[in-house]
Design a protein around this ligand. Structure first.
Ligand code: F58
Length: 861
């Protein structure tokens, strides 16, 4: 079979950087010369097993320069990745040309984090090339799963916010929306977590160690990013005064593109990540300086994109973070504007062609940056520039924790970005004037609304800037958006009713069900008579009314297969020391370690269970539900309380797993270095997952969705997306407990001291006694409980949590009841696909339409 492109696509192939055609003049100049080249480029690569083997062999020899004597273990993975990338590039180029041709409005998703995980298996499944690659590797005597395991996770994020961005890209591509992801190409991702004698020890995660075959460096796409310097006033030819920022130093932002394939569509999007590099010729005055100083400066420039979240405990660390944010915003806006300008439209039409989403406040300096470009460089009047800016940006909030709302000190900001500081003051001044005129606000309200906090030194409240600078603000689950409206951003909600909306998060069913749980997926496909559910998860609800015995059996079987896979992983990890009992109930809590997520309550509950088991006779013990408690998650390096929780979990694991009286009934494991690929292993193997944050603190949570989609039950509080999940799947199918958000508010307001339940008392005493090593390790955790200084309401919710766990045990003892609940849960998850969320962003915030590339231009010769 021979496949060719038609001339219409061939014409579009003339682009230089893949995201827009060359000017007609350049086209005319180049076309005759390169005719033969275009003829060859017009032909798509073939996808039969033999052609794939050929391309892998070519990459093996020519790209990687390998031969039979220097076969690195990674090389087959890399050869497979490069050959697949070739195929994705063809569709990526065509997609960009198609969007350009259609003159589509594009959405730009700006995120400081993208937690992509591994790419190979997902991309093979999306492109429909799994089977020929499987065969090709088999012909080479290799197994696809083994090869896929060699890929290093791209862990450019720390949690839900970054993983959400990755799920959204998958949905945007799958749903054929014209969109781009923009972020930073950190050299080091989130640190690697090692557990040494129970403690978390961080080492750098140099994820690029063996190269990154997915990315395409665009050394020709480099933008100049200025910083420091001063502001000059110049007179224009018409006599008006213009402001000009003269940066004191400039660095370069180089683009690295990663193709993002859609599932079952040829549309392929791009994630563009920026890397910093020195720009010596842009800083001529520095040329005179000492060469060693210049070298140090160059290194400092390269360091801007070195690590995700540089330590912010010093002024220089804080400045580096702000530098990252500005660097990212400045390069992204230049790129977006360059693309917009190709259409020769006036700037007034910018918001008709461009929607930019600020994923949390990290890219918010984009607001004054766009104003600077429009006012200072494009000479637009302020009001027009402001109208364009506010029609362009949307802002997503991901937290209600006051300590997580970003602020930058005015002196530091003004030093790094003097012109932006002026612009922020001007935005604030005009905004507050408008508020005073239009609304009858008290001085207290005005001071809360102000972008500038009048502290010493003054601070810029980035959330306030993002709200003022955007047309729509959204929370990420219903309860979270209500809290934003009624409490965190209540003043704004009164000022601009309707501006704060909700779009509940979702997760991609491609990665989080279809790819990570093939056995369960096959069962669903069999039941529905096809795999349309992979792109339309709402089809699952049709299955709720006729649950067959066969399906229940299939679900149990899938769970068994996944548990066995996890058992093998843990056994290998622990050199055979821990052999999980796959017939036990797998109870899992995997997420960032944070006080509000209350891993502490979970492990205290485990200690209570251990104490109960110890108090029983051997016969009584043998009648108890066998359990495996699985934990994973990283603690921020400077977060003492979270690190103490990790130490406690590991020590409890040591004690419990080696106690001959209990070890057959209770196992505890802490799996180090939680990552996307580890989650893919854990999620399908879990019977019960814990989402037990203090009500009103977790914005949404997304792992709750992953577990439920994989037919796992939830023990949880009425917090974040749990509320909507149990509403959709039936509260009776889950184990909901604890104070509600209003009750938590009340507890805190009344400063009620909660009496310590006898069971909690026994657990705390046992920790004090040193049953789990020196109690001094855990002072951070237990003293606040003894002292009634229990902000996250652990003591209040503990007894309720234990009761909920008893209900879990009761249901587990009746396997039919349990199985029904798991299936009803899975079938209720239709609206928690990120596809559902993305459709809402597209309709309610971005106003963009799908643009699916027609595939008729592929002709078979
Ligand atoms: C998370 N936020 C929320 N922040 O905690 C979670 O409820 C939500 O489901 C998810 O966003 C997606 O909306 C989150 O991951 C961060 O990682 C912060 C980044 C900046 C430093 C502090 C953590």
């Amino acid at each position: 079979m021979h496949i060719r492109r038609t001339s219409s696509v061939a014409r579009l192939r003339l682009s230089s950087s893949g995201d827009g055609p060359l000017s007609p003049m350049l086209q005319a100049a180049r076309r005759p010369k390169l005719e033969k080249l275009w003829d060859l480029v017009d032909e798509y690569l073939h996808n039969d097993t033999e052609s794939i083997m050929r391309s892998m062999a070519d990459h093996f020899e020519y790209t990687l320069a390998r031969n039979k004597w220097n076969l690195a273990p990674q090389s087959l993975f890399q050869a497979a990745a490069y050959s697949l990338r070739d195929r994705m590039i063809e569709w990526w180029n065509d997609t960009q040309e198609y969007f350009y041709d259609q003159d589509s409005k594009r959405a730009y998703y700006m995120s400081i984090e993208f937690l992509m995980g591994r790419t190979l298996t997902n991309a093979l499944i999306s492109t429909g090339l799994l089977s020929p690659y499987y065969e090709a590797l088999k012909e080479f005597g290799e197994n696809l799963e083994t090869i896929a395991d060699l890929e290093h996770d791209a862990g450019l994020g720390s949690g839900g916010l970054g993983r959400l961005a990755a799920c959204f890209l998958d949905s945007l591509a799958t749903l054929n929306y014209p969109a781009w992801g923009y972020g930073i190409r950190y050299k080091y991702g989130q640190f690697k977590q090692n557990i040494v004698r129970g403690y978390q020890v961080e080492t750098p995660d140099f994820w690029l160690e063996s190269g990154n075959p997915w990315e395409i460096p665009r050394q020709d796409i480099v933008y100049k990013v200025g910083m420091y310097g001063s502001v000059q006033y110049v007179t224009r030819s018409d006599g008006s005064l213009a402001v000009k920022w003269e940066p004191g130093h400039c660095v370069g932002a180089v683009a690295y593109d990663t193709p993002i394939p859609g599932f079952n569509t040829k549309n392929t999007l791009s994630l563009r990540l920026w890397s910093s590099k020195p720009l010596v010729d842009m800083n001529p005055e520095e040329l005179k300086a000492d060469p060693w100083d210049m070298l140090r400066q160059n290194q400092a420039d390269e360091e801007i994109t070195s690590v995700l979240y540089p330590k912010a405990d010093s002024d220089s660390g804080k400045e580096l973070r702000l530098k990252q944010q500005y660097f990212f915003s400045c390069a992204t806006l230049q790129d977006i504007i360059r693309r917009f300008k190709k259409s020769n439209r006036p700037f007034a039409e910018f918001p008709d062609k461009v929607a930019i989403q600020l994923n949390d406040t990290h890219p918010t300096v984009s607001v004054p940056e766009l104003m600077r470009i429009l006012v200072d460089e494009e000479s637009l009047p302020w009001d027009q520039a402001w109208a364009i800016t506010t029609k362009t940006f949307g802002f997503t909030n991901h937290t209600v924790l006051p300590e997580a709302l970003e602020k930058w000190s005015v002196p530091m900001f003004a030093h790094l970005l003097p012109r932006h500081m002026q612009i922020v003051f001007e935005i604030n001044h005009r905004f507050l004037e408008e508020v005073k005129v239009k609304f009858d606000c008290s001085p207290e309200v005005i001071s809360r609304l102000s972008i500038i906090e009048e502290s010493n030194p003054q601070q810029i409240r980035m959330a306030n800037l993002a709200i003022v600078g955007s047309h729509t603000v959204n929370g990420v689950a219903r309860i979270h958006s209500e809290i934003l409206q009624q409490s965190v951003f209540a003043d704004w909600h009164r000022l601009w009713p309707g501006k704060i909306i909700n779009i509940t998060n979702g997760v991609t069913p491609r990665r989080w069900l279809y790819c990570c749980n093939p056995t369960l997926s096959s069962a669903v496909t069999k039941q529905l008579g096809g795999n349309a559910w992979v792109t339309d998860l709402s089809l699952l609800k049709d299955l709720r009314s006729h649950i067959t015995q066969e399906f229940l059996r299939d679900v149990r079987e899938a769970n068994k297969v996944a548990k066995e896979r996890l058992r093998k992983y843990v056994s290998k990890l622990t050199n055979g020391a821990v052999d999980l009992d796959t017939s036990s109930l797998f109870d899992t809590q995997v997420k960032r370690i944070h006080e509000y997520k209350r891993q502490l309550m979970n492990i205290l509950g485990v200690i209570h269970r251990y104490q109960c088991l110890k108090a029983l006779t051997p016969t009584e013990r043998s009648q108890q539900v066998k359990r495996t408690h699985i934990f994973a998650g990283k603690a921020a390096a400077s977060y003492q309380q979270a690190k103490a929780v990790i130490k406690l979990i590991n020590t409890v694991a040591d004690v419990v797993n080696s106690d001959p009286q209990t070890k057959d009934f209770l196992t505890v494991v802490f799996l180090p270095n939680y990552s996307v690929s580890l989650a893919e292993l854990i999620v399908p193997a879990t019977d019960l997952s814990e989402h037990i944050s203090t009500a009103g603190t977790e914005a949404s949570g997304t792992s709750n969705m992953k577990f439920a989609m994989n037919a796992g039950l939830i023990i949880g509080t009425l917090d974040g997306a749990n509320v909507e999940i149990v509403e959709a799947c039936g509260q009776e199918n889950h184990f909901i407990f604890g104070a509600t958000a209003p009750e938590v508010d009340k507890l805190r307001a009344e400063r009620q001291s909660v009496a310590i339940d006898q069971r909690l008392y026994n657990v705390l005493i046992s920790i004090e006694r040193g049953d789990f090593g020196a109690s001094s390790n855990y002072r951070w955790l237990i003293d606040p409980l003894w002292q009634g200084n229990d902000y996250y309401c652990v003591a209040h919710d503990f007894p309720l949590y234990l009761e909920a766990q008893q209900c879990v045990d009761a249901d587990w003892r009746t396997p039919d009841v349990w199985a029904h609940k798991t299936v009803l849960t899975m079938f209720g998850m239709g609206t928690f696909s990120s596809d559902h969320s993305i459709h809402q962003y597209a309709r309610n915030i971005w106003n963009i339409k799908p643009a699916r590339m027609p595939t008729e231009h592929i002709t078979t010769v």
